[in-house]
Write a protein that binds this ligand. Structure first.
Ligand SMILES: C[S@@+](CC[C@H](N)C(=O)[O-])C[C@H]1O[C@@H](n2cnc3c(N)ncnc32)[C@H](O)[C@@H]1O
Length: 258
């Protein structure tokens, strides 16, 4: 499936939107996708240095660096996400947005063990290309250029979904649409695993150190300090929500059962 993508998002003031759009279109063509791709404005204005620029991928595609940014918690948080999904993943799994490091390779290994398959969606073709270069030949995965806020799959297409450190990057209205879309495409009874930032406990020094850093670099992240993820879920989804905290509350894993 290679759907057409037409996401209307306001270009931010002072941003060279056409060139970023052109860059993404060129990347889309290289990926072989006959698509018209629009990069969300918040990615261009706030995350060009982390995901959009080709040099960003070369710099950040280092697991030790991602682990450093997560204060040494990358293995623990990815283990928590993978273990929640299961050792052997039969059926269909959705990963919403690419992740630096080996998380997706490990997810694919579990899908292979369970004779299942994985779809990974991302709005940036450069991220999908990078992921393709990391996956072993024959991995049971499809890489789909798509916006998490506007998924092209029919309702109930997946048995489970993983959303790893995506929500804190999105403005509230996009975050809500992402959660609504993920809830729509996961079948009733299926599981949605979200791993992301949360408000550290009062005694955690990172509450005072990391807050200003996030405010500077990741302007929407502090929303996850102020509100529970359940606050952005569609009403149909709020009944079965289980939360576990990590690292003095700085991180959370939220499991939703549809
Ligand atoms: C999952 S998040 C953060 C991952 C985390 N910092 C890491 O690499 O460990 C980063 C990805 O989200 C993607 N992304 C952001 N907004 C998106 C959206 N609306 N739809 C699809 N992908 C999106 C970016 O293109 C990027 O590849």
């Amino acid at each position: 499936m290679q759907p057409d993508l037409m996401i209307a998002d306001e270009p931010p003031m002072g941003v060279a939107y056409p060139s970023a759009r052109g860059l993404a279109s060129a990347q889309a063509l290289r990926l072989g996708a006959p698509i018209e791709l629009t990069v969300p404005a918040y990615l261009i204005s706030h995350y060009w240095w982390a995901y959009v620029h080709p040099r960003a991928v070369r710099v950040f595609e280092r697991q030790w660096l991602v682990n450093l940014i997560l204060w040494g918690n990358y293995p623990r948080l990815s283990d928590a996400a993978l273990d929640e999904l299961g050792e052997e993943l039969s059926g269909a799994t959705l990963q919403v947005a690419c992740v630096y490091g080996d998380l997706t390779e490990r997810l694919c290994a579990r899908a292979a063990a369970g004779r299942g398959r994985i779809d990974i969606v991302d709005v940036l073709p450069i991220q999908l290309e990078n992921l393709r270069s990391k996956l072993p030949h024959g991995a049971p995965a499809r890489l789909l250029p798509m916006n998490s806020a506007d998924l092209a799959m029919p309702a109930g297409s997946y048995d489970r979904a993983l959303v790893f450190f995506l929500l804190h990057e999105q403005p509230r209205h996009v975050r809500e649409r992402t959660l609504a879309e993920v809830a729509r495409v996961v079948r009733p009874g299926g599981k949605i695993v979200v791993v992301d930032y949360a408000r550290p406990r009062w005694w955690n020094p990172l509450r005072y150190l990391w807050g200003p850093v996030l405010a500077l670099l990741e302007p929407f992240a502090l929303d996850l300090w102020r509100q529970e993820i359940a606050a952005w879920l569609p009403g149909s989804c709020t009944r079965r929500v289980h939360k576990r905290s990590f690292f003095g509350g700085l991180y959370q894993k939220v499991v939703l059962t549809r």
